[in-house]
Ligand binder design. Structure first.
Ligand SMILES: [Zn+2]
Length: 82
């Protein structure tokens, strides 16, 4: 599927959303997943919470990776100076 087709598909999915309790909710997709939030534009409580948790996990991974890089950098300097 081309990038343009992907955009058209997302456009149709977003357009199909229904307003429920002030939130745009997709009639499709599995609720409570970041994929439905992203691909279907669902903003129900479950999907919004799922994407929040996903982003929190992403941030935790970024921090952990930065810590590991720093740990390796320091370890490298320790072995170089001994
Ligand atoms: Zn949802």
């Amino acid at each position: 599927m081309s990038a343009q087709q992907m955009r058209d598909l997302r456009q149709r999915r977003y357009a199909a959303r229904v307003l429920i309790d002030g939130r745009l909710v997709s009639p499709h997709g599995r609720h409570g997943t970041d994929a439905t939030y992203t691909n279907y534009g669902c903003r129900c409580v479950l999907c919004t919470e799922a994407v929040r948790l996903y982003q929190r996990g992403q941030r935790a991974r970024r921090v952990r990776n930065a810590l590991n890089r720093e740990r390796r950098r320091i370890a490298g300097q320790l072995t170089a100076s001994s």
